[in-house]
Design a protein around this ligand. Structure first.
Ligand SMILES: *Cc1c(COP(=O)(O)O)cnc(C)c1O
Length: 368
């Protein structure tokens, strides 16, 4: 079907920069710098410069980035870390892998980001920190979360997996908290040709600890000072990411242009959009809306050959994997409302004018 519109189409980027990507991959092969190595190291430097931190420590995916950040902050058995209920599950995995317990806080009704007031209610004597997520590319209320954390002596880690290049009060995400955790999964705003992730920070202590953790727990080869992991970034991913990083500002500008058009031109009262506070610069990783009858809207779009998706159909606190924590429906009502009413519209940098207009037209013509 020629007019079928995918929610996201990565092939267009590949075709646009094919020669450059393949040349970068070939260079890694020529040097056989496959695991870690020069191309992964060069990307770390470039990514730190882009984000604006002293260090960026490349790892094999965003979930490992979160796991390493928790380990570097000393999180372990007996500890609790507050995370939003409305996020991709991996935010919580990083906590769980250490033996600590994720404690889920609700999101606000309008920004759909972690609610500092609800997070405050979740603090106990076991709480070590808070992971805020810049969800859908929209920065969370860092100032509110930081104030709460400082009052109780807690760390703040940013999950930046969906927000490369977003800004909160003029500052890049990934520079705000103790550490920023990024994912380069295909489909994220900056992505590898496979898996990848990074932890950004200013403190040398965190950087060198994570460098050791991702490298089997050793600083000197075959001398293992602590239990480590094989979480290294692959050379080919580093080389591909160095190419992509050059295009990220252009991609971000395109996402923002499309996101702003949706915000201004979709005027159907049946459709509710995420609130974007004036002191933030979102990067529109996902354009999520809510509608009264979500399933009906998705099939309406599908009938018009437009693919939509759901982020996310089950909030973390109600996932079966966390059934043992004893949460119930009603514990995080805003996150639960979103899980039942959210729909993600197509949005990616290479969208064509007529595709953008088609999405807007269909949304406005929707009668429920
Ligand atoms: C993608 C994502 C992750 C996990 O990253 P992976 O690279 O897939 O392991 C973590 N948190 C959020 C919010 C994400 O969107």
């Amino acid at each position: 079907m020629s007019d079928y519109m995918k929610r996201i189409d990565l092939k267009r980027d590949y075709l646009a920069h094919r020669a450059e990507y393949l040349k970068a991959i070939e260079a890694v092969c020529e040097e056989t710098a496959f695991s870690g190595g020069i191309y992964a190291d060069v990307f770390d430097k470039e990514f730190a410069a882009y984000v604006g931190t002293e260090y960026a420590c490349g790892v094999n995916n965003g979930t490992s980035a979160l796991h390493c950040a928790m380990l570097a902050l000393g999180v372990g058995e007996g500890d609790e870390v507050i995370v939003p209920a409305n996020t991709y599950i991996a935010t919580a995995w990083g906590v769980t892998y250490t033996g600590a317990v994720p404690v889920f806080a609700d999101c606000t009704r309008d920004t759909w980001e972690i609610d500092p007031q609800d997070a405050a209610k979740k603090i106990t004597s076991k709480t070590k920190g808070i992971i805020g997520v810049h969800l859908y590319g929209q920065p969370f209320d860092y100032a509110g979360i930081r104030r709460l954390a400082d009052r109780h002596g807690l760390f703040v880690v940013e999950d930046c997996a969906q927000a490369h290049g977003a800004k909160f009060q003029g500052k890049n995400v990934g520079t705000l908290g103790e550490m920023g955790c990024f994912s380069f999964y295909p489909g994220k705003n900056l992505y590898a040709f496979g898996e990848g992730g990074s932890v950004t920070c200013d403190r040398e202590e965190y950087y060198s600890h994570i460098t050791r953790l991702k490298n089997q727990g050793c600083d000197v080869r075959y001398y293992h000072d602590e239990v480590g992991y094989n979480y290294r970034l692959e050379g080919i991913q580093g080389a591909v990411l160095s190419v992509s990083l050059k295009y990220l500002p252009e991609w971000t500008a395109k996402r923002q242009k499309i996101g702003k058009r949706y915000l201004e031109e979709i005027t159907n009262p049946l459709i509710t959009m995420q609130a974007h506070p004036a002191d933030t610069e979102p990067v529109f990783h996902l354009f999520v809306i809510t509608v009264p009858d979500r399933d009906e809207f998705v099939s309406y779009m599908a009938d018009a050959n437009v693919e939509c998706s759901l982020h996310y159909p089950v909030p973390c606190h109600l996932q079966r994997a966390y059934a043992h924590l004893g949460y119930r429906r009603g514990d995080c009502p805003n996150a639960e409302y979103l899980s039942e009413h959210c729909v993600t519209l197509p949005l990616f940098p290479e969208m064509r004018e007529e595709e953008i207009e088609r999405v807007i037209g269909l949304c406005n013509a929707y009668r429920g």
